[in-house]
Ligand binder design. Structure first.
Ligand SMILES: Cc1cc2nc3c(=O)[nH]c(=O)nc-3n(C[C@H](O)[C@H](O)[C@H](O)COP(=O)(O)O)c2cc1C
Length: 297
């Protein structure tokens, strides 16, 4: 059996997840390939560059290309894994550009694909976007694994901001370390085993069910409810900003800055109230069927 795992990682977190998942494969030859965008994204980010990527990312518009990956040694791969991340509730620009590349599309056509999203906690709309992309490409989306921050939405908003914008990942005072815990990254090797078993059984059709049994997605409905609302509002902001010009157009800077203040306000003022509202209205919501729809493919 042969598997190929494509990854994009800035901080090394998605790469650590990819490496650990590979460890779970015992009888399969797994080849790791990095997705290299032609645009360099800084890490840590400065806030101007961080928010500059927002409109196009949210709207699914590619602003970069990728270095042509060598696919000759993996043409016969039995399964393709992609480890990447969400940016602004959407596939990150490097992931998007990977999926927009004609060679990659041709390669993925007809192949079974598993997506590993290593993110903060808002992954649902990324999954929906990928479902559509894989369908358009003609790839079979067989599994998704979500590795996310464990802490409350409020705390992880603080810790991820200081990590992404100031490079401070470690715990300090009452704040925990940012990102997916090392323990979680290490234990993700179990997903490699599940994927390999499904390959060996000769059918990947029930792979997502098997991954879910292993805890591939921790479903947090109150956060996903916030994500759904934010996704629509972000879409309006993205279009509003783009009326002033495309990626890196200086004329749109003021609107990008407005979005920055809006996001801070939503993250730290509105979202705790929205979560409280969710809690009170929880009995009225059909969480079981939402979970079934959101976690399956
Ligand atoms: C520009 C940007 C936007 C982000 N937006 C989201 C998001 O919408 N949802 C989420 O859960 N995480 C989001 N994150 C957090 C990333 O998913 C996180 O940075 C990533 O998991 C770090 O791993 P990596 O360095 O290996 O990519 C965002 C990060 C960046 C840099």
């Amino acid at each position: 059996m042969k598997a190929v795992l494509f990854y994009y990682s800035q901080s090394g977190q998605a790469l650590r997840a990819a490496e650990n998942i590979c460890k779970g494969f015992e009888k399969t030859d797994v080849i790791l390939k990095e997705i290299v965008p032609s645009e360099h994204y800084p890490f840590p980010w400065n806030s101007r560059e961080f928010f500059e990527v927002f409109p196009e990312t949210r709207l699914g518009i590619c602003t970069t290309s990728i270095a042509l990956p060598n696919l000759t040694d993996v043409q016969d791969a039995d399964i393709v894994l992609i480890a990447a991340q969400s940016w602004f509730l959407s596939p990150s620009q490097p992931l998007l550009s990977f999926l927009c590349d004609e060679n990659v599309k041709n390669f993925l056509r007809g192949k079974d694909v598993v997506f590993v999203n290593v993110c903060r906690n808002m992954w649902l709309k990324t999954s929906e976007a990928l479902k559509l992309r894989f369908k358009e490409i003609g790839a079979n989306f067989r599994g998704q694994i979500i590795l996310q921050d464990k802490g409350s939405n409020y705390v992880s908003a603080i810790t991820i901001t200081r990590w992404l914008l100031h490079g401070k990942k470690e715990a300090t005072g009452i704040l925990p370390e940012a990102g997916v815990t090392e323990e979680e990254l290490i234990s993700s090797s179990r997903f490699g085993k599940v994927i390999e078993n499904s390959l060996l059984s000769g059918s990947t059709a029930s792979l997502q069910r098997e991954l879910l049994k292993e805890g591939a997605i921790k479903y947090r409905p109150s956060i996903l409810s916030l994500e759904k609302t934010a996704y629509h509002i972000f879409g309006r902001w993205a279009k509003f900003i783009r009326k002033k010009g495309g990626y890196k157009e200086p004329k749109r800077r003021f609107r990008v800055k407005l979005f920055y203040f809006y996001l801070l306000f939503v993250l730290f003022v509105i979202s705790p109230f929205a979560q409280l509202f969710f809690l009170f209205t929880r009995p009225l919501r059909n969480i079981k069927s939402n979970k079934l729809r959101d976690c399956n493919l």
